[in-house]
Design a protein around this ligand. Structure first.
Ligand SMILES: Cc1cc2nc3c(=O)[nH]c(=O)nc-3n(C[C@H](O)[C@H](O)[C@H](O)COP(=O)(O)O)c2cc1C
Length: 198
């Protein structure tokens, strides 16, 4: 039988493992943590889900960042509610992570400028799409993208970075010998955590 992971009965270690996986997911395109599912609610409280690319995980600040088009539904929903959640399940690690908190759009500030500066040309180009994301088309190809000129600011006006400041993180590790689940709440600059029934 496999050895139990070091965080199995270590609450602080479990939280650290969650953040380690998120940080690794930013760098490693093959990690399930690279492409979490983002949840928002619409104006009438309907849940909405979609995949995003995780761009930053700041362990100390308890913050996660992804990018989106300001014209998109998700941007509108985050602007309205100020709330979002991210979910990942890593089947190989048998680890589910859910993080919930306050989400803020950054369109014209230093956070957005730095994120845009760090974005690849092939990513930037998506923000120049016309018409806006979600617009009905007469045919599947009835949209246009600007050229991939790395100097172009095309699309910058539509780009925004979203920072999710995590207030609650729920980790679930699956094991035949007994699952382990813990919930962590942000308190000041630290975390208050406890084991919970899986
Ligand atoms: C692997 C993958 C990665 C994606 N990454 C992003 C992303 O980082 N940002 C984004 O806005 N949409 C991303 N998308 C597209 C969204 O999942 C979604 O289809 C689109 O943004 C429209 O969402 P909305 O109408 O809820 O705003 C990605 C989709 C896939 C399949």
């Amino acid at each position: 039988m496999d050895a139990l992971p070091s965080f199995y009965d270590d609450l602080d270690g479990f939280r650290a493992e969650g953040w380690r996986c998120l940080a690794e997911g930013v760098e490693n395109r093959r990690s399930p943590f690279h492409t979490p599912t983002l949840a928002t609610v619409d104006a009438v409280g309907r849940p909405r889900l979609r995949t995003v690319v995780l761009r930053a995980a700041e362990t100390e600040a308890g913050a996660l960042r992804f990018h989106c088009d300001r014209r998109s539904d998700k941007a509108r929903e985050i602007a309205q509610s100020g709330l979002a959640a991210l979910h990942v399940y890593d089947g190989r690690a048998k680890l589910q992570l859910r993080s919930e908190g306050r989400a803020r759009l950054h369109g014209d500030d230093a956070v957005a400028d730095a994120a845009w500066a760090g974005a690849l040309a092939m990513s930037r180009v998506c923000y120049g799409i016309k018409p806006a994301p979600g617009t009905a088309l007469a045919a599947g190809d009835a949209y246009a993208l600007p050229g991939e000129d790395p100097e172009a600011r095309l699309g910058r006006e539509n780009f925004c970075a979203v920072v999710l400041t995590v207030e609650r993180m729920d980790l679930l590790y699956l094991d035949r010998r007994g699952h382990r689940r813990a919930v962590f709440f942000r308190e000041g600059e630290g975390w208050r955590g406890s084991w919970v029934a899986p």
